[in-house]
Design a protein around this ligand. Structure first.
Ligand code: 4AD
Ligand code: MG
Length: 466
């Protein structure tokens, strides 16, 4: 008797007629008149459940098997046989079905075997992993994360774990969560009885990081090719389908490199991850294609097979101004591109991914390198058909005097960034990097409409019951 996952039981690697044990949760149960029950069991290892054929000769057939409902947990032992039924390769002819846990009150169990709306499932975030959809999203997320690490490892990058608690606002955007120290059992109170959150983290202001970039730059200027991949936090009070207050970001950083090399890296990277997901998540991707968004697979294949178009921001504005399309916001040099502009450029103007480069310096972060023209910075956004901006990056300002000027211009105090300035004082080199919101990538690959479905427990204004 060998214990096997449902994936292994179905994939043909176990010899037919072997004795196996599969463990999992019941999806559905159907009873035939001939006194046989067909119980579909899933353990999350793969998209499809395995069919367990339970005859009424089992000692607990009447008392237990006939009471199995969706969500019950079982351990099934029997013979793995080639299935006669359509749609499945193997099934288990059960000799034993042990029930570990029934579902209390099956009528009110939230995950009924029918299609639920994603809005409803967000309210049961602890149970939604049991659905087809969230099982598939979870597996794709895992495979994509593995591919991210594999890509960088193969390219000679080192993974650097940057801190979550920081003192600096890495984006200069001012949308941070503050960290305080306090005795949670006995918090200090103001006179009005409210919790006094204090001001500091052991005597210093501290926040949750918005980006690991500044920290990873320090490692880049020693190990040459590095990346971070971890949680980041933005206290933006925006209730949109594209923003989370807590999301995972991938940020590579390369030394002795300019913006073009940065764009090359972004292109290789995205294609690598897409290829891995298509190759390793076949059944899950087929499900997204059928149930989430028709065309997601083709969209990824096209992405892999096309070279990215590069357009200067200034040219992009001209293209948008000449476009016949009516935009909600008129394109104007000096303003950031709106999603409608981005989608026009990538979907209608060129029909493949676009890298927009060299944005006006006023609308981009302080650390971006000022171009010769004095009015643009070496910034890039990668735009993908069907979504718009997916990656943001830049060549960094490696000249100390220029960096100081830009900090002052952005209202930042250079003395708060001494360590970051040191990197320009001691052996500075041109370097560049980018950031990819991991959940935006998941949304894109799975054809989701809302970023809240791309992370197990979404953190958005008003959430946090889980
Ligand atoms: O454009 P952003 O703010 O750039 C940075 O943080 C740089 N430090 C990156 C770098 O150059 N190392 O964010 C980068 C990416 C965006 O393109 C988007 O994919 C994602 O992070 N992102 C979010 N994803 C989910 N929810 C949010 N609130 C996000 N804000 C940004
Ligand atoms: Mg951006």
């Amino acid at each position: 008797m060998q214990v096997v996952s449902v994936k292994k039981a179905l994939d043909g690697s176990i010899a037919p007629d072997s004795k196996v044990e599969v463990r999992g949760w019941v999806r559905t149960r159907r009873d035939s008149k001939a006194g046989i029950s067909f119980v579909n069991v899933t353990d999350g290892s793969t998209f499809d459940p395995i069919q367990v054929v339970a005859p009424n000769t089992l000692p607990n057939y009447e008392k237990e098997v006939l009471h199995l409902t969706a969500g019950s947990s079982v351990v099934c032992r029997g013979t793995l046989v080639k299935s006669q039924g359509k749609g499945q390769s193997f099934e288990v002819q059960a000799e034993e079905v042990k029930v570990l846990g029934f579902v209390d009150d099956p009528d009110t169990y939230p995950i009924q075997p029918k299609q639920h709306t994603l809005e409803f499932l967000r309210e049961v975030a602890h149970l939604r992993p049991r659905t087809n959809t969230f099982g598939a999203i979870t597996r794709v997320r895992h495979v994509a994360a593995q591919a991210v690490h594999r890509f960088f490892h193969e390219e000679g990058f080192f993974w650097v774990n940057t801190p979550i608690i920081t003192a600096s606002d890495a984006e200069g955007a001012g949308q941070m969560f503050r960290v305080s120290t306090l005795d949670a059992m006995n918090p200090p109170r103001t006179d009005a009885g409210k919790i006094d959150w204090g001001k500091d983290f052991f005597g210093k202001e501290a926040y949750l990081t918005v980006s690991g970039q500044l920290n990873v730059e320090a490692y880049c200027l020693a190990l040459s090719k590095v990346y971070t991949f971890g949680p980041t936090f933005r206290a933006e009070n925006s209730n949109t389908t594209r923003h989370l207050a807590e999301f995972w970001m991938i940020e590579p950083e390369i030394a002795f490199a300019d913006l073009n090399e940065d764009a090359n890296l972004a292109e290789r990277f995205l294609k690598y991850v897409f290829k891995a997901v298509l190759a390793e998540c076949g059944p899950d991707m087929k499900f997204f294609e059928e149930r989430q968004q028709k065309g997601v697979i083709e969209r990824m294949e096209k992405f892999i097979n096309s070279s990215f178009e590069r357009i200067d921001y200034t040219d992009a504005i001209e293209i948008l101004k000449k476009a016949k399309k009516k935009f909600d916001y008129a394109p104007e040099w000096g303003n950031d591109l709106q999603t409608e502009h981005e989608r026009y450029l990538t979907e209608e103007h060129v029909g493949r991914p676009v890298v927009v480069m060299n944005y006006p310096e006023k609308i981009k972060a302080f650390y971006m390198r000022l171009n010769e023209d004095g009015r643009t910075v070496a910034a890039m956004d990668v735009l993908a058909p069907g979504i718009g901006e997916i990656i943001g990056g830049s060549q960094r300002e490696e000249r100390l005097d220029m960096l100081d000027k830009r900090m002052v211009q952005f209202g930042l105090k250079p003395e708060h960034y001494q360590w970051y300035r040191d990197l320009r004082r001691y052996g500075t080199v041109p370097h560049a990097g980018f950031g990819l919101g991991f959940e935006r990538l998941i949304v894109y690959m799975c054809g989701l409409q809302n970023i809240r479905d791309a992370i197990p427990y979404p953190r958005v204004p008003g959430s946090a019951q889980f």
